[in-house]
Design a protein around this ligand. Structure first.
Ligand code: CP
Ligand code: NVA
Length: 308
């Protein structure tokens, strides 16, 4: 069973294959209306369940559109409206859904929910974000970097802000795609040592640098994300904002990066908190290509899962 649960648990050559496939599929349908079918219809006759226990704009729409472009059908399910939200076990839910659908994408809170779903499903399961990781996002980010600047291997990526779920998947990708990674943020918001350890074991140079200006010096790619994630308590907001303000990505910080550096943010953003509008709408920013590439990258991920 080919589940897409995380970047570090998927072989590097298969990740590379998915990125290349995503580029090819994007190129093949360039200029067509969004609703136009792809020439090949590998998901014809396939039904995909998209389960959301947290809000989503990009993940929800890009998976739905991607399945339809490939000839398949989707059903979007909210965790709250399912029996899952009323005490049915994850294992039973997985077994039942596997009788109806060919593929399950789930966005949830605890990583354990995703792992249990995958353990008991007899169809592939895709991680659409948990509190710990967000692998689909980083597949799109790698694709976006390479589309603009060529191979990401050997490049310097700097993450500014909260060492959160998106940061974790970036560290996994550093190990799998062979780029270096510098984290800059306050010590209380460092990425988990396990994620840093994975990238280092795979040979990436990973640095923790408290001074954001030193960190960004010579960067090929600067990335940030919201200061307060969906699973963080609202009560953390004020303290987070005070701690993270020095790590805002603004024009002065971007000046430290290479002249041809890129800026990414998975979105949704809180403009003028983690990044200024001048940067988000400025010459380094590729945030909307990044959002578009969720569609293409996930189509390749689904094909890989289904072997079609
Ligand atoms: N970046 C991302 O996953 O966005 P959504 O929360 O809108 O799906
Ligand atoms: N870190 C953010 C990512 C949203 C796509 C969150 O988990 O809320």
């Amino acid at each position: 069973m080919k589940h897409f649960l995380d970047i570090h648990t998927t072989p590097a050559d298969e990740l590379r294959g998915m990125i290349d496939k995503a580029h090819a599929m994007k190129t093949a349908r360039a200029g067509r209306p969004k609703g136009a079918p792809d020439d090949d219809q590998p998901l014809k006759g396939h039904m995909v369940a998209l389960i959301f226990e947290k809000p989503s704009t990009r993940t929800r729409v890009s998976f739905d559109v991607g399945v339809r472009q490939m000839g398949g059908e989707t059903m979007v399910l909210s965790g709250k409206e399912m029996q899952l939200g009323h005490g049915e076990t994850i294992a039973d839910t997985a077994r039942v859904l596997s009788r109806y659908v060919d593929l399950i994408m789930i966005r949830t809170f605890e990583e354990q929910t995703l792992l249990e779903m995958a353990e008991h499903a007899t169809v592939p399961v895709i991680n659409g974000l948990t509190n710990r990781t967000h692998p689909c996002q980083i597949m799109a980010d790698v694709m976006t970097y390479e589309e603009h600047r060529g191979p990401i291997a050997g490049r310097k990526v700097v993450w500014a802000g909260d060492g959160n779920n998106v940061c974790a998947s970036f560290l996994h990708a550093a190990g799998q795609f062979g780029f270096d990674f510098t984290f800059t943020g306050p010590p209380t918001l460092d990425p988990e040592p396990e994620f840093v350890g994975f990238a280092r074991e795979k040979g990436s140079k990973v640095f923790i640098e408290r001074d954001p200006f030193k960190a960004v010096a010579g960067a090929d790619l600067v990335v940030t994300d919201t200061w307060v994630s969906m699973h963080d308590p609202e009560s953390a907001k004020e303290r987070r904002h005070n701690q993270l303000r020095p790590y805002q990505v603004n024009e002065a910080l971007m000046e430290m990066a290479k002249a041809d550096s890129l800026f990414m943010h998975c979105l949704p953003a809180h403009r003028n908190d983690e990044a200024t509008s001048a940067v988000m709408d400025g010459p380094h920013s590729v945030i909307f290509d990044e959002a578009e590439n969720r569609l293409h990258a996930q189509k390749a991920v689904m094909r890989w899962c289904l072997g079609v």
